[in-house]
Design a protein around this ligand. Structure first.
Ligand SMILES: Nc1nc2c(c(=O)[nH]1)N[C@H]1C(S)=C(S)[C@@H](COP(=O)(O)OP(=O)(O)OC[C@H]3O[C@@H](n4cnc5c(=O)[nH]c(N)nc54)[C@H](O)[C@@H]3O)O[C@H]1N2
Ligand SMILES: Nc1nc2c(c(=O)[nH]1)N[C@H]1C(S)=C(S)[C@@H](COP(=O)(O)OP(=O)(O)OC[C@H]3O[C@@H](n4cnc5c(=O)[nH]c(N)nc54)[C@H](O)[C@@H]3O)O[C@H]1N2
Ligand code: SF4
Ligand SMILES: [Mo]
Length: 728
């Protein structure tokens, strides 16, 4: 078929029936670029994607999600008109009417219940321009303090830990190009092979060059295949694991005393406090052997160059920010940062997971990582936005806390752009109830997502192929995604929707933008001199290069590696995270009723709540439904058979899911992906336990029970059905 396609392509090219659309994948934080080739004649396979060799991060690679991303864009289920719910049915309405309705409803709610009764909920798939504008929209047009976004569930733990340690928060401290030259790499709670597949070759190359790779994950995954040493900790015990590693590094003399003395604060106290923990205790809590702990610490300590990378496996816990801080301690104690081939990174998730957290859609932030609580920052931004500093709202609450405020009736109207909170929040049953409690829910999306279905009004938005804007990848690399094709006439860009709504809300003057580029120009100024400084980046530059921030002026080349000479704290030093043992100790979560630990995560073929990938036939056919990974020995204890539908229960709710046997998981742990909605949404069982510092929910550890859907109380057999043993 491929040969045939090639032949056909050549023929079509000659006839000029082939359309080439340069595009950039809408999904993960690598941001691969590709040419989408549309064959206007050959209808059997209309589209073919060809990766772009010039991309400095993906280097001519793409994964199956990127190759099939266009399928959701051309899906018939795409919304093409604003939809107003009348008597439970969605009815298409003109844009003017939709905007008028939204403005009237929100204004009337605010009139009775105050400005903060409206919430805004954003996402990390939005471009930097939309992220920036959404923050401005909430604070200037709606004048509410309640804005937060899905990155709270994604990057908040790493952000809090990086800010505390380094004084700044950027996914990777170095560009990926340096990975092949590391001698030891610790990958903690990250499954790059399924989640950022196109960066795996950097790690393969490192291995070829002799690097020792250590992976910490309670499961065997495509990533653990890369590992020379696979540590399988009990879920939620990573902080303790890192304590153990640091203890060995100190005891065996692997620390870099010169680096510690000249570039850090807080080491002496930490080293002293660590003496109170024995390796035996670390091993008992984590269930990783002392021998494996020693091998890991020695390999990392002994390596001239090394990286430590974390992701959601370590971060999505009620102690996530603390755990990340402990991994950063390993880097600081060994002086493995601020020079070539050495560094730390939290691998960002969404396409714009990095930029999405920099420009003001987080409850406590203003553009450029400015603080909404610092007078100086507030003044700069309010002057730029043409409002009084005292009229700029203060800090709001985190995403899940907004859900709580909806349930309590404090937030009565919600505007959602770029997220599907009904499926991605923990405590799903409660979340759905909270969203249903709202007086007015507006969702801007391409599809009737599970959240949009609950809305009073849904606004159709442009897709990644139609929408121009900048995205910032895990390296802090800013890229310009140009529109590959025009937006359908009845659909609008996110930024246009915000500008239109602002007019109806009486704030049109501050939203008179005519292009994404015009918004970026304002963002540049807003971020000038701030931590995430984009001032030196322009669309002109981005049309022929990519630039890593900070980039303070147009002559500046951008910053590929951070911390070469100083950290971002006022005194230029990094800070060790202190020991708080109670945070590292795993709470006894399981009990007789809920004896197992559930952890959740991702599959290669689907993306987040699956709204886009479940509407891409070639991706859906790879994984049609969620499967609950369970060890056969565990399954036997609960009379569960392979491929059988089971009830997965916690104290919060129940999910119906098919069991799938695997020996690649700890016996006390179950795994399920969260890419499906409704009765198959795994977040119906997760707990709303939040990290007190960053408000990250504990997605990676829930006490659960699992029972067969079919009661096995007697031997019932109908032809073709399974026979079950009788229960005593
Ligand atoms: N295919 C695909 N790729 C994606 C996404 C997607 O939905 N699908 N989403 C993107 C986004 S937004 C994100 S945030 C990233 C997420 O990227 P990752 O964080 O790499 O993905 P996860 O599958 O959530 O979790 C990673 C691993 O953590 C392990 N884990 C679970 N609990 C623990 C624990 O307690 N300790 C340790 N050490 N490990 C644990 C899981 O077994 C899993 O293999 O991926 C991005 N890329
Ligand atoms: N159990 C469990 N839950 C989790 C996680 C986990 O590991 N386990 N991970 C968490 C993480 S890391 C994340 S990032 C969240 C993500 O969770 P969500 O915020 O729900 O993310 P998506 O599923 O991508 O939802 C995005 C929605 O926005 C729409 N969309 C896409 N692009 C655009 C755009 O440009 N504009 C607009 N207006 N809409 C757009 C999509 O169609 C989709 O409906 O889930 C979190 N929830
Ligand atoms: S999902 Fe990530 S790795 Fe795959 S093509 Fe898209 S950007 Fe690249
Ligand atoms: Mo994420």
């Amino acid at each position: 078929m491929d040969e045939f396609l090639k032949h056909f392509r050549t023929k079509q090219l000659k006839e000029g029936t082939e359309k080439v659309m340069p595009s950039q994948c809408p999904y993960c934080s690598v941001q691969c670029t590709m040419d989408l080739i549309e064959d206007t004649v050959f209808t059997n396979k209309r589209f073919k994607a060809k990766p772009d060799k010039g991309n400095p991060t993906s280097g001519g690679r793409m994964c199956i999600k990127g190759a099939n991303a266009h399928q959701h864009v051309y899906n018939d289920e795409r919304i093409t008109h604003p939809l107003l719910k009348i008597d439970g049915e969605f009815v298409p309405v003109p844009w003017e009417l939709a905007c008028e309705y939204i403005a009237k409803q929100f204004q009337s709610i605010q009139h009775f219940y105050g400005k903060d009764s409206i919430g805004v909920y954003g996402g990390g798939s939005l471009t930097n321009e939309v992220t920036y504008l959404l923050g401005k929209f909430a604070r200037v047009a709606l004048k509410t303090k309640h804005i937060d976004y899905n990155g709270r569930f994604c990057m908040s733990a790493a952000a809090a830990a990086s800010n505390a340690a380094f004084g700044i928060d950027r996914g990777l401290s170095n560009s990926l190009q340096e990975i092949p030259d590391a001698d030891c790499i610790i990958l903690a709670g990250t499954n790059i092979a399924d989640c950022q597949p196109t960066i795996v070759p950097y790690f393969r190359q490192a291995k070829k060059n002799g690097a020792f790779i250590i992976v910490s994950d309670p499961r065997e995954t495509a990533t653990t295949k890369l590992a020379d040493l696979h540590l399988k900790p009990k879920p939620g015990t990573d902080a303790m694991l890192a304590h153990g590693l640091l203890k060995i590094l100190i005891d065996e003399g692997f620390t870099d005393s010169e680096f510690i003395a000249s570039r850090t604060n807080g080491y002496t106290q930490l080293a002293e406090d660590l003496t109170s923990i024995s390796l035996q205790r670390v091993s008992d809590v984590t269930e990783v052997s002392i021998e494996d702990l020693k091998t890991a610490a020695r390999k990392y300590g002994d390596a001239p160059n090394g990286f430590v990378l974390t992701a959601r496996g370590v971060e999505q816990h009620a102690n996530g920010s603390y755990a990340v801080g402990q991994f950063i301690n390993l880097v600081l104690a060994t002086g493995k940062i601020g020079r070539y081939g050495n560094g730390f990174g939290s691998i960002t998730g969404q396409g714009n997971g990095q930029g999405g957290r920099e420009h003001g859609q987080k409850a406590d932030q203003l553009p450029g990582y400015r603080s909404i609580e610092e007078y100086k920052d507030r003044k700069i931004i309010s002057d730029l936005w043409g409002i009084d500093e005292c009229d700029l709202p203060g800090k709001g609450v985190s995403a899940y806390e907004m859900i709580e405020k909806m349930a309590q009736g404090e937030i009565k109207g919600l505007f959602v752009m770029g997220s599907n909170p009904a499926v991605s929040n923990p405590n799903g049953v409660y979340t759905e109830h909270a969203l249903r409690q709202l007086d007015y829910l507006v969702v801007a999306d391409m599809f009737l997502s599970e959240t949009a279905r609950m809305a009073d009004l849904v606004l159709p938005v442009s897709s990644y192929l139609e929408n121009e804007g900048t995205m910032t990848n895990m390296e802090g690399r800013v890229t310009l995604r140009k529109a590959a094709k025009p937006v359908p006439k009845t659909i609008k860009h996110d930024w246009e929707i915000l500008c239109d709504l602002a007019k109806y809300l009486g704030a049109g003057n501050a939203f008179s933008f005519s292009s994404a580029q015009a918004i970026f120009e304002e963002l540049r100024v807003a971020s000038k001199g701030a931590k995430a400084d984009y001032y030196g980046i322009s669309y002109d530059r981005l049309s022929h290069e990519t630039v890593c921030w900070p980039c303070p002026d147009e002559q500046h080349p951008g910053t590929q590696r951070l911390f070469d000479s100083e950290f971002a704290h006022a005194d230029g030093r990094a800070v060790f995270s202190p020991l708080e043992l109670e945070k590292a100790l795993s709470e006894a979560m399981t009990n007789e009723e809920y004896p197992l630990l559930l952890t959740t995560g991702r599959l290669m073929s689907h993306y987040l709540t699956g709204v886009q990938t479940r509407r891409s036939p070639d991706l859906l056919k790879r994984d049609k439904e969620p499967l609950l990974h369970i060890h056969p020995d565990t399954a036997a204890c609960y009379r569960i058979e392979d491929n059988e539908l089971v009830e997965l229960k916690s104290s919060k709710g129940t999910v119906i899911i098919r069991a799938s046997f695997t020996t690649a998981i700890r016996k006390d742990t179950l795994f399920a992906p969260f890419h499906w909605g409704d009765s198959q949404s795994v977040n119906r069982v997760t707990q709303p336990r939040l990290d007190p510092v960053c408000k990250m929910p504990e997605f990676k550890r829930t006490a659960v029970a699992v029972v067969p859907l079919v009661e096995k109380s007697s031997t019932v057999q109908t032809p073709g059905e399974t026979t079950y043993e009788a229960v005593d």
